[in-house]
Design a protein around this ligand. Structure first.
Ligand SMILES: O=C(O)CCC(=O)C(=O)O
Length: 270
């Protein structure tokens, strides 16, 4: 994993750039497979009533979703970035270079999620991640989306709208599909016809700015479309949390972890 990160800050931030960068074959396929093994074990532990904290397992909520094994029912597992292969990925020198060049010398990972996207699972509608991140300062905030399996049109790959990172955060309205995943919100006031699908192979890494408009489509294949996603921001960013009933509380899925300090990796063993 030794990517050319020289243009990444411009690609993510400047108006006439796409707002995302794809690093093809960034990781070995085995890296994602180890992550998949780890989350399957977490899903089974959770289903058997064994503690999995700090991980948070969220099952699909769409009507009629079924499966034989615990992991067949899972949509996402959050709060993974302190453990095993998820933490080691953040300590990789290639990832450190991406984070330093994209964000700066002091970086925290504040959110992680493994997305199963089992056969039949619905996609996530058009959104900007920044909508979910009421931070001060608002940026830089960057997502790292690692393809664990192939991502295809059939199995529900991401679609991105190049250049939309230059937009302000648009209004998001609740996803209108009854039973769609808790918290899904959707942009409906922007033209998306310039969108492009991200057809990825296992080990490809998509890095994107938090204002980039993106969605994923439904998995209409008979295989899983798995991905692991980390979100990172500059150290010292203030996270206002989530507003519930007019009060702000800390967001239960966020967990701020130093990963780079003074341009150097913070050891995964610390
Ligand atoms: O991978 C997906 O299906 C959606 C992921 C996404 O939109 C996100 O992580 O913000």
């Amino acid at each position: 994993m030794s990517p050319d990160t020289s243009g990444i800050a411009a690609d993510l931030r400047e108006r006439d750039r796409p707002g995302f960068v794809l690093f093809e074959r960034f990781a070995e396929q085995a890296v994602g497979e180890a992550m998949l093994d780890e989350v399957v074990a977490i899903a089974r532990d959770a289903a058997a009533g064994r503690g999995v904290a700090p991980a948070i397992v969220m099952n699909e909520s769409q009507p009629g979703f079924s499966g034989e094994l615990p992991e067949d029912l899972v949509s996402k597992i959050f709060r993974l970035h302190r453990r095993g292969s998820f933490r080691r990925f953040l300590a990789d020198p290639g990832v450190t270079r991406i984070l330093v060049d994209a964000i700066g010398p002091d970086v925290d990972c504040f959110l992680s999620q493994f997305i199963f996207k089992n056969p039949g699972a619905w996609g996530q509608p058009w959104h900007q991640d920044q909508y979910y991140f009421p931070f001060e300062p608002a940026r830089p905030v960057v997502g790292l989306w690692l393809a664990v399996t192939e991502a295809t049109l059939e199995n529900g790959c991401l679609h991105v709208l190049p250049g939309s990172h230059a937009e302000p955060v648009h209004a998001h309205v609740p996803d209108a599909r009854p039973g769609s995943l808790y918290g899904y919100m959707e942009i409906v006031d922007h033209e998306m016809s310039g969108a492009t699908p991200c057809l990825l192979s296992p080990g490809d890494l998509l890095v994107f700015d938090s204002h980039l408009m993106h969605r994923s489509t439904d998995n209409v294949s008979d295989g899983i479309r798995a991905a692991m996603v980390w979100h990172c921001a500059a150290a010292g960013t203030v996270d206002r949390g989530v507003e519930i009933g007019g009060r702000w509380i800390s967001n239960p899925v966020n967990d701020w972890l130093p990963v780079v300090r003074d341009g150097e990796v913070v050891s995964a063993e610390d």
